[in-house]
Design a protein around this ligand. Structure first.
Ligand code: EGV
Length: 378
């Protein structure tokens, strides 16, 4: 494990290494995992853990897996998912991505058009399997398909995107789906952050069934609930068109039945008001961060429409993210520089930092105060 030390260490580490170095530190607004307090109704589920364990040990793992999938997809509006597609449950969305990349590679697929910027473990996993990546901007995704789009076998979109909160609207998804179908390309979506944003909860599976393309969607329970990383990722794909199940079973037999039972309960609670409560909580933390930095005139918020659990901040012309990251780290406040998100142009990411919002409000307020203090001295 790398522990970044010097002022330029951010350049050599991946984002996750920076996140790990923040885990046991003062104020951690670095990683995008859920670290807020449990709500009252979530606490009740956790109070039930011994009986959940008991139930999980007595119930068929297949039934628990299916029940978790049904509850989760239903909570996030993906009603056609299980009728239209196959879902394989993985330890995490990164494991799902690894299985997907390995499968694509085994079938000779190497050219991937990938959204830019996005969280660095996506390009890194794909590059690790020898993929050739070409960047696609959010603007191209909104206005295209059109000229200037290079040859590729796969179009890979993170929606909502991390760190920008960009959401691919249904009409654009339909257009890209038809475009992929016409070219026999595979459309891949990473929707790990969709739980935060109602605009990303239209039924993607219904839209893609209509478009008729081959697709793979990576879904994730991991960003939503403060369950100490008890979570799952789902690898969801057009019925058996890819050899994903074969590679999946090389790596997975299944996720713990206890985790599946927990996901089912948290998903049901989400459907019964928990998701709305989460949206309100993240919205309050976002407002707190923006208000705490309102007087710092060199800063701005480039993603006014973002609803996800992370917020980007744009720095002034004389600032740079790696230096700010390093300076704040020295004062015990950990956030992320955005250079690594810009996997095709790290220098462009030096203009932005990212602050995690799935935290107790106090952590967000303290982080805002520390950034303000550092930049203005008051
Ligand atoms: C975020 C880190 C890895 C990832 C963090 C993340 N996981 N590297 N397997 O979950 O936005 O901070 O997505």
């Amino acid at each position: 494990m790398t522990t970044p030390a010097g002022a330029d260490a951010a350049d050599r580490s991946n984002l996750t290494e920076l996140e790990i170095s923040a885990l046991d530190a003062g104020i951690n607004v670095a990683d995008g995992h859920a670290r807020q307090e449990l709500t009252l109704s979530q606490q009740k589920i956790i109070d039930d853990l011994p009986s959940l364990f008991e139930q999980a040990s007595r119930t068929s793992a297949t039934a628990l897996d299916r029940a978790a999938q049904v509850a989760f997809f239903s909570a996030l509006g993906q009603h056609e998912a299980l009728a239209r597609a196959t879902a394989l449950t993985c330890y995490s969305s990164s494991v799902a991505m690894e299985i997907l990349a390995r499968t694509l590679r085994s079938q000779g697929t190497t050219r991937i058009a990938l959204i830019h910027p996005t969280f660095d473990n996506i390009p890194d996993i794909l590059l690790g399997f020898g993929m050739v990546l070409s960047p696609v901007s959010e603007n191209q995704l909104l206005t295209g398909p059109g000229d200037g789009f290079g040859e590729a076998d796969v179009l890979f979109v993170t929606t909502p995107n991390n760190p920008t909160g960009f959401v691919l609207p249904d009409r654009q998804l339909a257009r890209w789906g038809s475009w992929c179908a016409a070219r026999r390309m595979t459309l891949v979506l990473d929707t790990s952050f969709r739980g935060f944003d109602n605009r990303a909860q239209y039924d993607h599976y219904a839209v893609l069934a209509e478009a008729g393309c081959q697709y793979v969607i990576i879904e994730d329970t991991g960003k939503l609930w403060p369950t100490l990383d008890l979570k799952a990722g789902f690898l969801v794909f057009t019925k058996e068109q890819l050899a994903l199940r074969r590679i999946y079973t090389d790596i997975m037999i299944g996720v713990s039945p206890l985790i599946l039972a927990l996901i089912r309960r948290f998903s049901e609670e989400a459907s019964q008001g928990g998701l709305a409560e989460l949206h309100q909580f993240i919205g309050q933390n976002r407002a707190l961060l923006r208000a705490g930095l309102a007087e710092v005139t060199s800063l701005s918020f480039p993603d006014p429409e973002s609803r996800t659990s992370v917020e980007r901040i744009a720095l002034g012309a004389d600032q740079n993210a790696s230096r700010l990251w390093s300076d704040l780290r020295g004062t015990g406040v950990h956030l992320l520089p955005c250079s690594q998100f810009h996997w095709d142009d790290p220098a462009a990411g030096e203009r932005f930092i990212r602050v995690a919002l799935a935290r107790p409000a106090r952590s967000v307020a303290l982080a805002a105060a520390a950034i303000r203090q550092h930049l203005t001295g008051s």
